[in-house]
Design a protein around this ligand. Structure first.
Ligand code: TUI
Length: 309
């Protein structure tokens, strides 16, 4: 399948893996890229040396291009940005902010820069700043989210910018991918489905929670202080949301959240940890290799789109 994004990024399947903190490390990224999509190393809150090491380890596993996601709220964002220049990372996605201050150095190093946007205004600003494409991410996504749904955001961003648009949020199979193409997207980004990949190092308890999740099993914490995070309901979300309703200040809420994603992903504490996942978790039913996932999604989407596009 050829689209503007497969051409731009030199990949076979228009499927990009989300830059998920603790999960998107070299094994998963290399497996997605080897399967024809674009694997992403999630820099999240990690120090620059860790990011460099992951890039190098991924490159030992595959010759295919691999990208890095920069989480712009990270205290290490400046150092990570520099490592990406030194390592000549072919594709950089960004999340949770405005990457404007890094754009020039990344473009000069030859990287394709693809910011995640949650609004038309930011999409326009990113295009003006030199973005090669944008990821329009709806509120169905896991983790840090915006307000608009994928169904409403994607066509409005498509109409507003000339660069190709990648749809994200609530996409987990070939039907979601075909729907995204109907909205004008040129590729999709998926996170939740790849969390349960065989190559994903995520703890078995976390994978099991996604596999057993039902349609309405996620909740959003942090709305009271403007950093909404979608995650699966558990003891943690119950306590957090109760405290938010009581008007507990941000600093105290933060104490509940610090280290909680690591506790879930690495140690498997899915009761008190943060189990970030998108609303599509209810559709994700089994662990598969990245190759099996990508082949299945491509086959299903292609069949649905026969004669349509
Ligand atoms: O970034 C994400 N998802 C994330 S980041 C993250 S890091 C974290 N880890 C542990 C606890 C708390 C946070 C987890 N999930 N998705 C991309 C995304 N970007 N969604 C929304 C946005 C966004 C929001 C506002 C992008 C830009 C923006 O603009 C701000 C501005 O300056 O205009």
């Amino acid at each position: 399948m050829k689209t503007k994004i497969t051409e731009l990024l030199q990949i076979e399947a228009p499927i990009i893996q989300g830059g998920m903190a603790w999960v998107a490390e070299h094994n998963l990224a290399a497996a997605v890229s080897a399967a024809g999509g674009l694997g992403i190393i999630g820099a999240a809150n990690a120090p620059a040396d860790w990011v460099r090491g992951e890039i190098q380890k991924a490159r030992e596993l595959t010759d295919k291009p691999i990208g890095v996601n920069v989480m712009l709220l990270s205290p290490y964002a400046d150092e990570v940005a520099q490592v990406l220049v030194e390592e000549k990372v072919p594709v950089i996605t960004t999340g949770a902010g405005n990457p404007g201050k890094y754009m020039e150095q990344w473009k000069a190093a030859g990287s394709k820069v693809i910011p995640v946007v949650a609004s038309v205004a930011l999409a326009r600003m990113m295009e003006r700043g030199g973005a090669d494409a944008v990821i329009a991410e709806g509120t169905e996504s896991g983790g840090h989210i915006g307000a608009a749904t994928t169904m409403t955001l994607v066509p409005q961003v498509v109409d507003a910018v000339d660069v190709p648009v990648i749809a994200a949020g609530g996409i987990g199979d070939g039907r979601g991918m075909a729907a995204a193409f109907m909205l004008g997207a040129e590729a999709v980004q998926m996170g939740t489905r790849f969390v349960v990949a065989k190559e994903s190092i995520c703890h078995a308890n976390y994978k099991e929670r996604i596999i057993k999740a039902k349609d309405i099993d996620s909740a959003v914490t942090g709305r009271s202080h403007g950093h909404p995070i979608r995650q699966l309901r558990n003891q943690m979300t119950k306590e957090y949301i109760k405290k938010e309703q009581e008007g507990v200040p941000f600093e105290e809420l933060e104490l509940l959240a610090v280290g909680s994603l690591r506790n879930a992903v690495v140690d498997g504490d899915v009761k008190h940890g943060t189990v970030m996942a998108g609303q599509i978790a209810g559709l994700v039913k089994k662990e598969q290799t990245c190759q099996e996932m990508i082949d299945e999604i491509m086959k299903e989407a292609s069949a649905l789109m026969q004669g349509v596009k």
